[in-house]
Write a protein that binds this ligand. Structure first.
Ligand code: UDX
Length: 436
């Protein structure tokens, strides 16, 4: 989020200091590159670093006093009890406030529980300087971060000072003005128009972000619950959700059943919301149910495969996809990694392959799981293949080639992305999630 924001603002005409304490990352950025895979970001970084409008630094002292606006884009991982760990949020705000000029604005983009801004404003008051605080949650998705930011659905700014909120909105308006230029540099195509601006109070802005993510997670878990019922009744959840989602009041997005949600946001944002609600005496049972259901999905799929394979012990299987979704190298809380580990734990001999996430996933995979660097190699002798992300490469390989490369013919489509008939016609045995 920080890197995307910096890449966009520096290409929209602003001078941006990019402050991080991680020197390995800073060294990569100084070369005009990203330290993770994200479509379109590298050309933007290269352009801005070369023009010296993007200045990577590890020093608050040499960057913050020169800035009229400071964005906080730090991580908010979860604590073991599921609550949000706000150590980075508070410590970076405190550090920045020491060096911020009076009248400058601190923009909170990190996902924080409602009420966090109030605590930071109190912290700011102790400095004796007039510092503005604006909550400006970020909605970009990994894999489409630049497109999502250039053609946004909405920008939310929350704060008590109207002028400060307007100054933050002006930054986004400037990005909008430069939209086509930035897209040309990034090699991205025009997406959609009509993004809206919402100015709210600080607490509403904080709650909007977590509510949006929670609702999307809820939709996915709802689809997965219906998928389980479809499996018992011979209905096809894809057909069901296509028709249900055609109702404009519902919408088709995030109703794709499969191996469940993962990544650095949904799992921790859902647990963070549950914990923050309970601190206020509110029991968000609905989100607990969504989270619990999500946890069951990789095991549910392994179980379905086990029935078709006649057990997992000593079965050679291949898991394709280790990132938490296509288009990113991020393997945090990856359903593919979970599935591979469950299969291995139950005695299967597991091979894996991912076009971008092999190295990030390696630390989370159980001992003995083999990581391949070529799709075809990974399939050799497999009795079953498990597709866990929608990387285009997996769809480009002809179903008959899957069949030729594999020793068996079980094709577990845990993202429900393939056409069932095409797979079965190629002599493979299609196993989906909720597809009868
Ligand atoms: C999410 C939010 O979408 C974004 O607005 C926020 O700023 C950050 O968190 P991200 O984590 O990048 O973005 O991924 P997203 O595309 O939302 O997918 C999350 C997970 O849900 C992935 O594992 C994805 O595969 C899964 N998913 C998504 C489903 O299982 N079914 C669906 O129908 C959609």
């Amino acid at each position: 989020m920080g890197l995307s924001t910096a890449a966009l603002l520096s290409n929209a005409g602003y001078k941006v200091y990019l402050l991080d304490i991680n020197h390995v990352r800073l060294d990569v950025i100084k070369e005009g590159r990203s330290f993770f895979y994200e479509k379109g970001i590298d050309p933007l970084l290269e352009e801005a670093v070369e023009k010296k409008v993007l200045i990577p630094t590890d020093s608050y002292e040499s960057s913050v006093p020169n800035s009229s606006i400071v964005f906080s884009c730090v991580g908010t991982p979860d604590n073991p009890d599921g609550s949000s760990n706000l150590n980075y949020v508070f410590s970076s705000a405190e550090q920045a406030s020491k060096f911020m000029r009076p009248g400058s604005i601190f923009v909170q983009k990190s996902t924080v529980p409602v009420g966090t801004g109030a605590v930071i404003e109190k912290q700011f008051a102790k400095t004796g300087k007039k510092l503005e605080y604006v909550s400006n949650p970020e909605f970009l998705r990994e894999g489409t971060a630049i497109t999502d930011s250039l053609w946004f659905d909405r920008v939310v700014v929350g704060g008590s000072e109207k002028l400060a909120c307007q100054r933050v909105i002006n930054l986004y308006k400037q990005i909008e003005k430069k939209q086509e230029n930035i897209a040309a540099i990034a090699g991205l195509k025009h997406d959609h128009d009509g993004g809206k601006y919402f100015t709210t109070n600080r607490n509403s802005a904080e709650l909007i972000k977590v509510t949006a993510n929670a609702f999307l997670a809820l939709k996915i878990s709802f689809a997965n619950s219906i998928a389980k019922l479809a499996d018992h009744t011979g209905a096809d959840v894809v057909e069901v959700m296509d028709a249900v989602g055609a109702d404009k009041r519902i919408g088709r997005a995030f109703l794709s059943a499969g191996r469940g949600y993962g990544g650095g946001c949904f799992p921790k944002d859902v647990s963070g919301l549950i914990c923050s609600a309970s601190e206020h005496g509110v029991d968000l049972q609905i989100m607990t149910a969504a989270s619990d259901l999500n946890e069951t999905m990789p095991g549910y799929i392994a179980n379905k495969a086990q029935e078709v394979l006649g057990g997992l012990k000593k079965k050679k299987v291949t898991v394709l996809g280790l990132s938490f979704k296509e288009g990113t190298s991020d393997a945090r809380r990856s359903p593919g990694v979970k599935l591979a580990n469950i299969l291995a734990k139950n005695g299967a001999i597991v091979s894996t392959y991912d076009p971008q996430a092999n190295s990030e996933a390696s630390q989370d995979l159980r001992k003995g799981i083999k990581i391949h660097h070529d799709l075809r190699d990974s399939l050799e002798d497999a009795q079953a293949v498990f597709i866990t992300t929608e990387w285009p490469e997996f769809f480009k390989l002809n179903p008959s080639e899957y069949n030729n490369l594999m020793a068996g013919n079980v094709f577990v489509d845990s993202v429900n992305g393939f056409d069932m008939k095409t797979i079965n016609d190629a002599g493979l045995k299609y196993v989906g999630v909720g597809r009868g």
